[in-house]
Ligand binder design. Structure first.
Ligand code: HEC
Length: 91
């Protein structure tokens, strides 16, 4: 009886620890628009991640200039909601 309770506790503790770990990997605030329109390319593999972009470009203007540059170089699609994502990332 006592043993069963202990096993239950261990399983519960493991479950909560797992949840905590998952939350730690989301470093910055929620950005649903970015997640929907940009994250599939900006995954640190095909293109730089959100965190790298935020570290490199300090404000919305710098960010949008970089976007313009890569769009006109043909590296990024032109028809994405860059302005809205900028509002989301730099507010
Ligand atoms: C089709 C894939 C793709 C999508 C979708 C995409 N990007 Fe990109 N993006 C790239 C590539 C490739 C580069 C250039 C290589 C790099 O910076 O890693 C780039 C570069 C950038 C840069 C410049 C990074 C720097 O180093 O200065 C910014 C800013 C950026 N993207 C923002 C966005 C935003 C915001 C969205 C969503 C609205 C988006 N991108 C969607 C592929 C994509």
């Amino acid at each position: 009886m006592k043993k069963k309770l202990l096993v239950g506790l261990v399983i519960t503790a493991g479950f909560f620890a797992g949840c905590g770990q998952k939350q730690e990997t989301t470093t910055t605030k929620a950005t649903p628009m970015w997640d929907k329109s940009c994250a599939h390319c900006h995954n640190g593999n095909m293109a730089v991640t959100k965190d790298t972009i935020l570290a490199k470009h300090k404000d919305k203007e710098q960010f949008l200039n970089a976007v313009k540059e890569f769009v006109s170089a043909g590296k990024m699609p032109p028809n994405l909601p860059y302005g809205q994502v900028a509002d989301e990332l730099y507010k």
